[in-house]
Write a protein that binds this ligand. Structure first.
Ligand SMILES: [Zn+2]
Length: 106
């Protein structure tokens, strides 16, 4: 009989370095930075390159803007402007579209 082991994968580690970083809904990394200016929140993920802008009330701070951003994102109402970064990791080009379809024209 195996013992009951509770998996504890939730390690809450405060990040003093980057207080205004949030979790990216797309890549899941804590690399969303928000810059609010003139009622416009510029939201950018430093990891996957996601970028968008949303209008926010003047009273909104970064956390508020992030909340709205998540809502819009999950609703699919966000226009994601993705920065065209050269991703050196994923260079899986679709090499040679192998058309191995069974052509039954025999
Ligand atoms: Zn991301």
């Amino acid at each position: 009989m195996g013992g009951k082991r509770k998996k504890r994968t939730k390690i809450i580690r405060p990040k003093p370095k980057l207080p205004k970083t949030f979790e990216c809904p797309r890549c899941g990394k804590i690399s969303i930075s928000i810059d609010i200016k003139d009622g416009l929140a510029k939201i950018q993920c430093g990891s996957c390159g996601l970028y968008t802008e949303i209008e926010v009330p003047p009273v909104f701070d970064e956390a508020n803007a992030y909340g709205k951003f998540i809502d819009l994102y999950l609703d699919g109402k966000l226009e994601i402007k993705e920065e065209n970064k050269d991703s050196t990791e994923d260079k899986n080009e679709t090499e040679g579209e192998s058309k191995e379809l069974h052509s039954t024209s025999n």
